[in-house]
Design a protein around this ligand. Structure first.
Ligand SMILES: [Zn+2]
Length: 230
């Protein structure tokens, strides 16, 4: 199956219709060079021949890296679709995949993200061997502990692998409105490891799964929901 497909799209700036080839599947085992393109925001970017402006087409993309055991579905919430629609579609797709697999084959752990920043964040996080649910739990705690510095309705926390060390996990604070990166917060890796141990037991793990039932894991969203419920 080809990893790209043709689409007729309209330029968001000048409206010119054009036929473009866009990525559906980013297969890192087959085409490792795509990683650099992804990190520099060049995947599914179009330069309009009409007005010369560049833009990115937000369409679903699968990121696959078998040798790292990473499978992520990026499904942007666009148009009239809601997050609930995206989650329902994702769950149906995963159920279908599991149905098609032979019974002795362990189904892959597929991750769901809804924008490009989340996709890049999740790739790094999984490559670091971190637990996505636990990282979102850590973010939740950071929002809880820093209500003044980190108002969850206006600030997004993103895990930053490049600046993380053996001692500290690094998180960047991004303004939800301006998308500007504003500050860096740290979380001791020893505290993360302690959480890994805490949630190692079945009973505690059930609590974590109750907090983030999935498939979409987002500590900020969960914190805002809990806040709204008082
Ligand atoms: Zn244009």
């Amino acid at each position: 199956m080809p990893n790209t497909s043709q689409h007729r799209i309209a330029c968001p700036f000048c409206g010119q219709l054009q036929d473009v080839e866009l990525w559906d599947v980013l297969d890192m085992d087959e085409e490792p060079g795509l990683r650099t393109q992804l990190l520099s925001g060049r995947i599914n970017r179009v330069d309009c021949p009409g007005c010369g402006k560049g833009f990115r087409v937000d369409k679903p993309v699968v990121y696959r890296h078998r040798s790292e055991d990473i499978l992520i579905h990026c499904d942007p919430v666009t148009g009239s679709r809601t997050l609930a629609d995206v989650e329902a579609g994702f769950s149906a797709g995963v159920a279908e995949l599991e149905r098609l697999l032979p019974p002795d084959v362990e189904p892959p752990d597929v991750h769901l993200v809804i924008d490009w920043s989340e996709l890049v964040e999740r790739i790094f996080l999984l490559e670091e061997g971190l637990d996505a649910r636990l990282i979102e739990h850590v973010k939740y705690m950071m929002y809880q502990q820093n209500p003044d510095r980190l108002p969850a309705d206006r600030k997004i926390l993103r895990f930053n692998a490049q600046d993380s060390t053996d001692e500290q996990l690094c998180f960047v604070v991004q303004d939800a409105g301006t998308r500007k990166l504003e500050a860096v917060l740290h979380f001791a890796r020893a505290d993360y490891e302690a959480l890994v141990n805490v949630f190692d037991s079945g009973e505690q793990l059930a609590l974590l799964e109750e907090q983030f039932p999935g498939p979409y894991l987002n500590g900020r969203l969960r914190f805002l929901q809990d806040q709204a419920e008082g």
